[in-house]
Design a protein around this ligand. Structure first.
Ligand code: B12
Ligand code: SF4
Length: 491
């Protein structure tokens, strides 16, 4: 049985651009599946088509002529997963096609009924996919494989997930295979190509030709924020790997492939500060000269944690702050307070560890007053950058259920080619844009300084131009408006 694991081509990159992607490295999901199947003796191969053309994809599918194809399907990129499915059906109709990943897990009923998919694996993939393949080979009954959805005799069946369907000991999973997949990293932007704010503090000898690699040290999250689907996906029980196992993986990438910059892609890396400290101690004890960043919750930040993060090579931390309004934080079930954010930033600043807040505009209940509170919070914590998202409705979240109750969205939305829907039930896109602008420029003086800097740059450019009329035109009010917009975009 020849198995292919595929990440579909990306969204329209001419629109999004390589640089605008949140993370500059491939996800780990398909790599985990690949190494798990190979460990169990299967002939499997991974293709990350994220930056590839459809012509290339077609050539590979013809060349590989696989028996089983597994496709990852996220909400935003779902239509490209469907397009990949059609292409496979056109090239070799009898291929067994299995869907997995976030969108497949939440929208399995719609997917299995609307598309020519043979099986869907729900949630965590390694063991279930292996069992499914064994069932396809006739080695075990299909009915005994938990957490899958399939069609039989024109009917749809769902084998419900049992508690034991989550892998208990993550340490037993093999590391994602790199030997045969190193070329994938060269497709993703290098550290040098990223925006300076994304790679703050990285020493030049690391960023020069360096690339980022993701490490997942835990699965799941014990919280349940309104806009986030993590809990439904991984289960409420938070599972984690041992510090030794994690640092073994880091050391393996470091010594064998020269990776020196790591992104801890966990949803909240320091949920248990003691465990994060142990990881940092393990890195330090092994004298690994590596650097990393992570995302986490403000209420986990302690003096001791930050000291160890710094010592182990952490260059910056992204904190899920979302809002400066206590009321909004309650509404979205964030279970933090603005004061815990202030405390976290104070500790981080004291220890000289860069940090920036992940913020949202357009949550249920947001208005000028709540945004003003976010601006006030920014004035207190004064981060070096802010990351602002407009609240977006993803399936599998409490926000999705709310929006459905409000008749703002229904499941058929996901059969359209549209991108995930912004929550504009209460506030318009324009209002959200204005709020994002106001928050981003919370510091008026800094904003004016940026404009001045840009004006000086433009004037420097103009001094090389001789025509006076051209100078006048270029310094017109209209031109300055455009420049302001440009500044907003680049800073
Ligand atoms: C790295 C990352 C990225 C990378 C790589 C994405 C990728 N293909 O993995 C990049 C930068 C490209 C990215 C982009 C985006 N991302 Co992202 N990303 C992540 C992140 C932080 C880590 C992914 C990872 O390695 N997880 C760990 C592995 C082990 O889990 P996994 O990938 O889910 O894979 C397991 C299962 O899903 C399953 N599985 C997956 N595929 C398949 C296929 C088959 C056949 C089978 C059987 C099983 C299976 O088995 C795997 C092993 O257990 C996750 C958060 C997270 N912690 O997971 C968000 C996450 C996946 N991203 C998310 C979002 C929203 C986005 C963006 C929309 C962000 C944006 N606004 O630009 C885009 C959309 C991209 C797209 N194509 O649709 C959401 C997805 C929500 C959803 N409903 O789709 C997540 C869950 C974050 C969150 N909590 O909301 N992302
Ligand atoms: S937003 Fe962060 S803290 Fe909240 S449920 Fe998702 S992963 Fe957990």
């Amino acid at each position: 049985m020849k198995i292919l694991l595929l990440n579909p081509p990306a969204l329209d990159l001419s629109f999004y651009g390589k640089r605008l992607l949140l993370s500059p490295c491939p996800g780990t999901g398909l790599s985990y599946l690949n190494s798990y199947l190979q460990m169990n003796g299967y002939d499997s191969k991974l293709y990350d088509f994220f930056f590839e053309s459809w012509d290339y994809v077609e050539d590979i599918l013809i060349k590989e002529n696989a028996d089983i194809v597994g496709i990852t399907c996220l909400t935003e990129g779902r239509n490209n997963s469907f397009k990949l499915l059609s292409l496979i059906r056109r090239i070799k109709k009898e291929t067994i096609v299995v869907f997995g990943g976030h969108h497949s897990t939440y929208m399995y009923d719609q997917l299995i009924k609307s598309f020519d998919i043979d099986y869907i694996v729900l949630g965590e993939g390694e063991e279930k996919f292996l069992n499914l393949i064994q069932a396809i080979e006739g080695k075990m009954p299909l009915e005994s494989v938990g957490g899958i959805v399939y069609k039989k005799g024109g009917l749809v069946f769902k084998n419900s997930m049992k508690d034991g369907d989550f892998i208990k000991e993550l340490d037993k999973l093999p590391f994602p295979l790199l030997e045969e997949n190193l070329h994938i990293f060269t497709k993703y932007p290098s550290l040098k190509e990223l925006h300076p704010k994304q790679v703050k503090n990285i020493p030049p000898e690391v960023s020069e030709n360096g690339r980022v690699i993701s490490i997942i040290t835990s699965r799941g999250c014990p919280y349940n924020c309104q806009f986030c689907s993590t809990t439904l996906f991984w289960g409420k029980r938070w599972r984690f790997r041992s510090p030794k196992n994690i640092v073994d993986e880091i050391e393996y990438y470091y010594t064998h492939f020269g990776f020196r910059y790591f992104n801890f892609a966990d949803d909240a890396f320091t949920i248990v500060p003691k465990r994060a400290i142990e990881i940092c101690k393990e890195i330090t004890n092994r004298n690994l000269e590596i650097y990393f960043d992570c995302t986490t919750r403000a209420d986990t930040i302690t003096d001791e944690l930050v000291k160890w993060l710094k010592r182990a090579g952490c260059l910056f931390v992204a904190l899920g702050v979302e809002s400066g309004s206590r009321k909004i934080l309650e509404t979205i079930n964030k279970k933090i307070s603005p004061s815990s954010v202030i405390k976290a930033f104070r500790i981080l600043k004291k220890n000289d560890l860069s940090a920036y807040p992940l913020l949202m505009v357009g949550n249920p209940g947001d208005n000028d007053e709540t945004i003003h509170k976010t601006i006030l919070l920014m004035k207190i914590i004064r981060p070096y950058r802010v990351s602002i998202s407009k609240t977006t409705i993803f399936p599998g979240t409490d926000l999705y259920d709310l929006a459905k109750k409000q008749n703002f969205i229904n499941d058929s939305y996901w059969l359209t080619p549209k991108p995930p829907l912004l929550y504009t039930y209460e506030n318009s896109f324009k209002t959200m844009e204005r709020w994002a602008f106001e928050i981003e420029n919370y510091d008026k003086k800094l904003y004016e300084l940026r404009i001045l800097r840009l004006k000086l740059r433009v004037l420097g450019f103009l001094s090389n131009i001789n025509s006076l009329t051209f100078k006048k035109r270029i310094l017109s009010k209209r031109f300055m408006e455009i420049m302001k917009k440009y500044i907003r975009f680049i800073f």
